[in-house]
Design a protein around this ligand. Structure first.
Ligand SMILES: [Zn+2]
Length: 411
């Protein structure tokens, strides 16, 4: 426990510390909390009483006697509050509701054109209100909303710094304040890949990892890095921009303004542009060319599906893509030495061929001792990693942040 700061801050920190101890232990007594925290029995009694009053802690029977009275067991009640998670992409939003214990299961996806902030914000607010006040949810105690947003965020203030894939009109938009005023709930916002990394840590394969990297491959390419249980933000919130690693001199122009970025070569829009440019030169016997002649267009799903065929254009394209993305990822593995690497997003989850090539290239390019001992797996959260991660962002801010308003707000 810290001894500095004003008494309200210290009290809040003690409340949060005790709540986290109860949450992290199946059953625990007040005496055991005293041993872990060093706080006085009187202070613990007072704080536990408050936590019971707001519903997050309950008494559940008696433990074994250690020589005196049998201690009362305390347990975390994860159903005392709910959060709403949202993933935003350029054309749609996905929403999910969860409590403090369970992975969100029901997802709602709605079409919203997010490119124009003034109209998008009105639609977004309507959708969030509809979910919160629905018949199913109206009696739930909502504590916050969190958003996985496709932009670099000033994560403390929730101002959009740069949204290369949504458009310049979003740059500087005060998203957090706007939504908090409209909905009267705390709102937390961060970049999709950082949020997905948190989702992997709370609900996915990263529960026991203190250090993990999540690579998101879809409309863009970016990484979320968790080191020592904390999401890495960097000095300005730009940490994890793996997609803007320059891989090719004089390569394709990137949305960021540079040339030859990983994202400009390997993200889904870049791959589709490359196919469109090269399709006239592809052999008539190639399955992708036949598909193009039939449909007059090529979708990413066509490339992923046809890549299982030997000697196909699609397979060659994914092989080269896997090589580039793996090189950038191997550099991150060498730099961060994570416990595990997770890959997710539309490009990663749907092609076994891509994953195998990716893993082979990681083994080839990472420092042997590190690369050989770092498991690389597909995210278990699948296409919902953003919205599940958004729920995790809300829970993390409520339970783990020193600035959490969860308990003070309820007094
Ligand atoms: Zn770039």
């Amino acid at each position: 426990m810290r001894n500095s700061g004003n008494s309200k801050t210290i009290k809040r920190m003690n409340q949060m510390a005790i709540l986290n101890i109860v949450k992290d232990n199946e059953l625990i007594s007040r005496q055991q909390i005293a041993e872990l925290t060093g706080l006085t029995p009187a202070a613990i009694t007072g704080i536990v009483r408050e936590l019971i009053t707001i519903g997050f802690v309950k008494e559940v029977g008696l433990g074994e006697s250690q020589g005196g009275r049998r201690p009362v067991h305390l347990k975390f009640n994860g159903k005392a509050g709910y959060v709403l998670g949202v993933e935003v992409t350029s054309k749609e939003i996905t929403l999910a509701v969860t409590d403090f214990e369970n992975m969100p299961k029901e997802m709602h996806t709605l079409a919203i054109d997010m490119k124009e902030p003034s109209t998008a914000i009105v639609e977004l607010k309507k959708c969030l209100e509809k979910i919160i006040h629905s018949k199913k949810n109206h009696d739930k105690n909502f504590l916050s909303i969190a958003i996985a947003f496709p932009a670099i965020m000033q994560n403390e203030t929730g101002v959009v710094k740069r949204a290369v894939n949504l458009g310049e009109k979003w740059n500087g938009f005060p998203l957090k304040v706007t939504l908090e005023q409209a909905l009267s709930l705390p709102v937390f916002i961060d970049t999709n890949s950082k949020v997905a990394a948190l989702g992997e840590k709370w609900f996915g394969g990263g529960m026991n990892c203190k250090n993990l990297i999540y690579i998101n491959m879809g409309e863009g390419i970016s990484a979320g890095i968790i080191m020592d249980d904390h999401i890495v933000q960097g000095a300005q919130g730009y940490a994890g921009q793996i997609g803007h690693t320059v891989m090719m001199d004089q390569g394709p122009l990137c949305n960021c303004g540079n040339r030859g970025c990983l994202e400009a070569i390997c993200a889904i829009p870049a791959l589709l542009r490359k196919v469109e440019a090269e399709i006239p030169a592809i052999s008539e016997s190639d399955t992708l060319k036949k598909r193009y002649i039939l449909n007059q267009e090529i979708k990413m799903s066509d490339i992923l599906e046809i890549a299982h065929m030997e000697d196909s254009y699609a397979r060659d394209l994914l092989r080269k893509t896997a090589r580039y993305v793996a090189r950038a990822t191997a550099n991150m593995i060498n730099t961060c030495n994570p416990d595990k690497v997770f890959i997710g997003g539309k490009l990663a989850v749907k092609s076994p061929f891509f994953i195998e090539e990716f893993k082979n290239n990681i083994r080839m390019h990472a420092f042997p001792e590190v690369g050989g001992s770092t498991p690389v797996t597909i995210s278990k959260l699948g296409a919902n990693s953003g919205v599940i991660g958004a729920c995790a962002l809300a829970l993390t801010n409520l339970l783990k942040s020193p600035n959490s308003k969860m308990i003070i707000a309820k007094q």
